[in-house]
Design a binder for this molecule. Structure first.
Ligand SMILES: *[C@@H]1O[C@H](CO)[C@@H](O)[C@H](O)[C@H]1NC(C)=O
Ligand SMILES: *[C@@H]1O[C@H](CO)[C@@H](O)[C@H](O)[C@H]1NC(C)=O
Ligand SMILES: *[C@@H]1O[C@H](CO)[C@@H](O)[C@H](O)[C@H]1NC(C)=O
Ligand SMILES: *[C@@H]1O[C@H](CO)[C@@H](O)[C@H](O)[C@H]1NC(C)=O
Ligand SMILES: *[C@@H]1O[C@H](CO)[C@@H](O)[C@H](O)[C@H]1NC(C)=O
Ligand SMILES: *[C@@H]1O[C@H](CO)[C@@H](O)[C@H](O)[C@H]1NC(C)=O
Ligand SMILES: *[C@@H]1O[C@H](CO)[C@@H](O)[C@H](O)[C@H]1NC(C)=O
Ligand SMILES: *[C@@H]1O[C@H](CO)[C@@H](O)[C@H](O)[C@H]1NC(C)=O
Ligand SMILES: *[C@@H]1O[C@H](CO)[C@@H](O)[C@H](O)[C@H]1NC(C)=O
Length: 409
């Protein structure tokens, strides 16, 4: 009996600290085009760091790594692990824009799929990554294409598991960075296959309104929108209603904003008339640039809690973006909805890690409540010893299962 109580007391803190803490994903992308020095990444702020990007060779259908990326890939994992030895690294494979046709021409041919899959695993292992992310697929109106995608995902997972058994290493993580809508018109992503094969889906929850597309200011990453369905909250619900469990999703957080030129600087709310992008060709502005050059601080910045967005007004320039309030609220939202965590695009755009720290500091983090929880639980544990005999057995069994789930992630 004494042994049981003691082991239970020893066991409780480890249950609250390790399993809770480790299953909350705090991921970030490093984009090589940013040239941000990898040793400067504060990897202690992340559980996962993703290298962007590898591509797909349009003639061989193997993974394509550009000569300029290769030296960074070789050292990426070792470098980010110097500050945080437990950070997990992934290699992201870009399929977007003009690369979509390459992606489908790979996916439709069994021999092409196999070359892609084998080369992706081989390269990930070669460079020391712990996983692969497929970025950034969109649903297509062709059901044949969606079925094909489902087959690719099945084969990829099978190959990853086979390689793991053969190499006796833990399987590579496999994740999907997906467009925020799971369906287009009547066709949907191959949801069953996605649920089965990916460790999680990173929902790219921004780009809702762009100055190149619309002549009114918009919250490009609105959590809510009282006047339309174009919002993260609605799209997360859409994924859930299509069959993806909340605990398979991580919420994408943007470290960039979009700048519009106002038609009339006095009309500067969300939805005011504008005449296209400002500052850059497409209006995209990094958080760092907003803070350091545009001086988006103090009275120039408005936080709108209805939409959960910030905007900065500088003369006739209007920039919609996520500042610390929006980031914090979104992370709380992700926890409340039972999501698996968040993923930021991209780390070089942060300003002295202000946003990444804000994302960590949300008060619903169970680790911040660990001590009060134990204060309540420990006396109860000591008095209700009889119940503990069976509870210990039960919880031990559960803990093993939780760990198993974590390592599979
Ligand atoms: C694609 O692979 C072919 C054959 O190995 C190679 O000649 C070509 O340079 C590759 N394409 C790129 C863009 O690297
Ligand atoms: C294949 O990729 C190369 C390098 O990116 C590009 O120059 C070429 O136009 C592509 N070919 C096709 C058919 O898309
Ligand atoms: C794929 O995308 C990259 C980056 O946008 C581009 O440089 C490359 O030419 C594209 N390749 C193909 C085959 O379209
Ligand atoms: C298993 O691994 C060995 C050595 O790493 C390799 O030669 C062999 O092809 C692998 N087999 C399979 C089925 O992947
Ligand atoms: C979806 O359906 C609408 C209305 O039928 C149509 O206008 C639109 O082009 C379709 N979208 C695509 C991508 O086919
Ligand atoms: C928003 O979505 C709901 C269902 O989720 C639908 O009933 C409603 O018509 C949509 N509203 C708009 C403005 O599209
Ligand atoms: C957010 O902006 C909308 C549109 O301008 C406005 O109607 C709403 O009152 C604002 N919400 C807050 C909390 O300021
Ligand atoms: C926005 O307004 C500008 C100037 O009035 C015009 O040139 C542009 O075509 C408009 N863009 C869109 C997407 O309507
Ligand atoms: C507005 O932005 C410019 C950069 O485009 C900056 O130089 C200027 O200081 C800003 N204006 C104010 C009033 O902060």
């Amino acid at each position: 009996m004494l042994f049981t109580i003691t082991s239970f007391l020893l066991f409780l803190p480890s249950l609250t600290s390790s399993s809770e803490a480790q299953t909350w994903i705090k991921a970030g992308h490093w984009y090589s085009v940013s040239q941000f020095p990898v040793p400067f990444i504060d990897s202690t702020l992340f559980t996962h760091l993703t290298y962007a990007f590898a591509y797909i060779n349009n003639s061989t259908h193997e993974l394509l790594i550009t000569p300029s990326d290769e030296p960074y890939m070789v050292t990426f994992t070792d470098t980010v692990r110097q500050r945080n030895p437990s950070v997990t690294t992934l290699l992201s494979i870009w399929t977007g824009d003009s690369n979509f046709s390459t992606f489908y021409s790979m996916a439709t041919q069994p021999s092409h799929r196999s070359r892609f899959i084998e080369s992706s695993i081989q390269r990930a292992r070669l460079y020391g990554f712990h996983g692969l992310e497929l970025c950034c697929v969109k649903p297509d109106t062709s059901t044949t294409k969606m079925d094909t995608m489902g087959i690719l995902f099945d084969e990829w997972r099978t190959a990853i598991n086979r390689e793991s058994k053969n190499s006796t290493r833990s399987p590579l993580f496999l994740t999907l960075a997906a467009y925020n809508l799971p369906s287009i018109n009547t066709t949907s992503f191959p949801m069953e296959s996605i649920r089965r094969n990916f460790d999680w889906v990173h929902i790219v929850a921004y780009f809702y309104h762009l100055p190149t597309m619309e002549n009114f200011t918009g919250a490009h990453s609105a959590l809510y929108d009282p006047s339309s369905n174009v919002s993260t909250d609605h799209r997360i619900k859409e994924w859930i209603s299509r069959g993806l469990p909340a605990k398979k999703m991580v919420l994408g957080l943007p470290y960039q904003g979009y700048a519009w030129t106002l038609l009339d600087p006095k009309a500067s709310k969300i939805g005011s008339a504008a005449t296209g992008p400002a500052i850059t060709a497409d209006g995209a502005i990094s958080y760092k640039f907003m803070k350091s050059v545009m001086r988006c601080d103090g009275e120039k910045v408005v936080y709108n809690s209805t939409y959960v967005t910030n905007y900065c007004i500088n003369g006739s320039v209007w920039i919609g973006f996520d500042d610390v309030e929006a980031i914090r609220t979104k992370v709380s939202y992700a926890r409340e909805k039972g999501l698996l965590g968040y993923d930021v695009w991209h780390v070089a755009n942060d300003d002295n890690w202000v946003l990444s720290k804000a994302a960590q500091a949300d008060e619903k983090d169970p680790r911040n409540k660990r001590h009060p929880l134990l204060v309540i639980l420990l006396p109860i544990a000591a008095t209700v010893a009889l119940v503990l005999v069976s509870a210990t057995w039960y919880l031990r069994k559960r803990a093993r299962r939780n760990k198993g789930e974590f390592f599979r992630l």
